[in-house]
Design a protein around this ligand. Sequence first.
Ligand code: SF4
Length: 363
Amino acid sequence: MERYRPKKILVEKSIRDLPLTQTVIKRLKGIPVDYINRVKPLPVERAQDSWLNSQKTLLLCKNKGRFFEPCPGTKNYLCCLYKILNVATNCHLNCTYCILQAYLNNPFMVLYTNTNEMFKELDEVLSQHPKTVYRIGTGEYTDSLVLDHLTSFTRLIVPYFASRANAFLELKTKTDIIENLEGLKHKGKTIVSWSLNAEPVIRNEEKSACSLNDRVMAAYQCQKWGYKLGFHFDPLIYYPGWESDYKKVLEKLFRTIETSSICWISLGCFRFIPKLKPIIKKRYPESGILYQEFIRGLDGKMRYFKPIRIEMYAKMVEWIKSYDSKIFIYLCMESEEVWKKSLGVAPLSNWDLKKWLDDQCRP
Ligand code: SF4
């Protein structure tokens, strides 16, 4: 996997002296830096046009809004009440199905360097409700580790979560950029998660991300460093022969990773908002991801037909449980009916699902 290295850096003048800004500029010595007052968001269509090229520009700026926010979830489906820490946006791995393509109105790689304000905001939120358990992820608007070789951000955030009683951090990635995680006092409060997929899907739809083998080996290394692990089969892609390809992924995973270090495995079939379709078609005409039939779900997203989703989930659950029946598996954004038909059980509410996941984080 090629690690991100921009061709140009834009720096907002207001954050030029902050430690994280300085660290990144030093590590990218030789790359031209422009100091600017502020970048205006582009209309989404214009951002689309210049997407792949503009990712070569790294924008260091201030997050003027909130860092902490609830996961957007989706109406009418069970949601785990995850929370998001918005530390960066965009991702140069360019998976064909990436939702960010239809969502961001700024095509640059953006890193918010006012981390002092982020920690202040986190302190406030976590102290306000000390009895509430927070599962917080940094991998919603970017890949959690894709810039870590430039930022070493994990060396700040992992010890921070180790010091907070009521919060767990999830780092979600398709990379092997894990070197900064070595030797950190994480106290079991950070879960490092990998999105996994069948090898043909990785080859065709996740071309710039790490190979399956590299992801599993990175997880193995984190296991040796005492981290709890998560795995996300999301998006599961339906195609003739999917069964044997996904079975091979599970074989590789369980040959390498101890099931006792797995906090959770999530499953989610491919789904997309309708405006993503023309973007994928234009940007990745060779992608096969749209070949299936889709139906509009209750949340407006296009999904595989219900029987296909149930079949995929039920088979994945059966195969995973054949390695260890105690592994915790959950579905991402599915209905109670699909839960019951795939897993034999469904949470009673979003709060119920939240509690199941919170319990998985505890030692
Ligand atoms: S790794 Fe995640 S954030 Fe990055 S392009 Fe792929 S789906 Fe998008």
